[in-house]
Design a protein around this ligand. Structure first.
Ligand code: PLP
Length: 381
């Protein structure tokens, strides 16, 4: 095997994708070596089916659901799309989406052809429940889409309260829990969500596999026609190895939840160091994921921060998205009313393999880079 790219480096970009857990690599390898099509009735097929069903129970356990509520798909994007398309097929004709939702939700909603109403957030990134109550007080049946935790800021949304409002209005609440899973404890019934999206690669499983979890009221609609796999909802031979890796990652994520929660202490220590150098923590006044830090620093552009840290072996990401060489301001931060901070924000996110030293090293490198930049500016002035 070749030397892993990340070896010797500090990887703090788990919200982009997690390092794959050894348990997942082991489960994937075993499934690939075993082979077998879960639809075949012979021994190899039955073993592959058992692998898929074990993983279904493991993924269900991550969110307090019954295994039968889990539909395996290609990732979080497909899970969001299946939820929104199913709600529309179920008669919903109004789409209400949180202002800081991921593109997977936003673009699916916009592509539906239905009118999309954007549900505002406050300065901390929290969805405005009064706005929702007023919006639901009249009009046709709606689907509300509210992520459990934001990918950039880690802000945790008041999903339970939103679900109560949407239910009272006879609507459907879809929750993108892609970033929250494995980082905070989740119970789909307690949340009151009708559908919940998950992605394996955010919890230490492989890329290209995810799941939609359906609550008791949700009626999912078939997306792909064919052999009728996944209870007729998604035809195509199951990604057995990917699903096995997803299940193993889910089991490990449940086990590691207390350790991940404890990372908030290391994250907050870094936040204090950066704040002393002028950084502002976004979403600081809201409940947040324990391992996500989004900071903005005037005069220290996001792309410069990312590149400088990368050269020193520390990987983080820009709050702003970069497409075809042009940096776009972060929509999430703009929606929070901080357009002025959108091009100077970065996201630092830990995960299952992150040590305290990783957070400290990130702070050391960042502070050195920031001080060097300030000295250069002073001597140029
Ligand atoms: N939803 C959120 C909040 C995400 O952060 C992501 C990925 O970044 C997705 C959905 C899409 O998931 P996937 O990459 O598995 O399609």
């Amino acid at each position: 095997m070749s030397e892993p790219l990340l070896s010797g480096k500090v990887y703090l970009d788990y919200n982009a994708t997690s390092k794959v857990r050894p348990e997942a690599i082991d489960a994937i390898t075993r499934a690939l070596v075993a082979g077998g099509n879960p639809s075949s009735v012979h021994a190899a097929g039955r073993a592959a089916r058992a692998t898929v069903e074990t993983a279904r129970a493991e993924v269900a356990a991550l969110v307090g659901a019954e295994p039968a509520a889990v539909t395996f798909l290609s990732g979080g994007t497909e899970a969001d799309a299946l939820a929104i398309d199913s709600a529309i097929a179920d008669g919903v004709c109004r789409l209400i989406i949180g202002a800081t939702e991921h593109e997977a939700v936003r673009e699916t909603a916009l592509a539906s052809g239905l009118a999309v109403e954007v549900w505002p957030v406050d300065g901390n990134g929290l969805a405005d429940l009064e706005w929702l109550a007023a919006a639901l007080s009249d009009g046709p049946r709606a689907i509300g889409c509210l992520m459990l935790a934001n990918n950039e800021t880690g802000v945790i949304q008041p999903v339970t309260e939103a679900a109560a409002l949407v239910r009272a209005a006879g609507g459907w609440l879809h929750v993108d829990a892609v970033q929250a899973a494995g980082k905070i404890s989740i119970d789909i019934n307690g949340l009151g969500a009708d559908t919940l999206a998950l992605s394996a690669h955010k919890i230490g499983g492989p890329q290209g596999v995810g799941a939609l979890i359906a609550g008791p009221r949700a009626r999912l609609t078939r997306q792909l026609h064919g052999g009728g796999q996944e209870r007729g909802l998604r035809s195509g031979t199951e990604n057995v190895a990917g699903i096995a890796g997803f299940g193993a990652a889910a089991r490990a994520a449940i086990r590691d939840l207390p350790a991940l929660t404890a990372q908030a202490v290391w994250r907050d220590a870094l936040a204090r160091r950066l704040s002393m150098a002028g950084a502002i923590v976004l979403g600081e006044g809201a409940p947040r994921l324990p391992q996500t830090l989004c900071v903005s620093t005037a005069d220290f552009a996001s792309d410069l921060q990312v590149m400088t840290l990368d050269l020193a072996g520390v990987m983080i990401s820009a709050g702003a998205a970069c497409t075809s060489g042009k940096v776009k301001p972060s929509r999430t931060i703009e929606a929070m009313g901080h357009a002025d901070l959108a091009l100077t924000s970065v996201r630092i996110s830990g995960g299952w393999a992150t040590s305290e030293n990783d957070w400290i090293r990130c702070g050391d490198i960042w502070l050195e880079a920031h001080a060097r930049l300030a000295a250069r500016r002073r001597s140029a002035a």
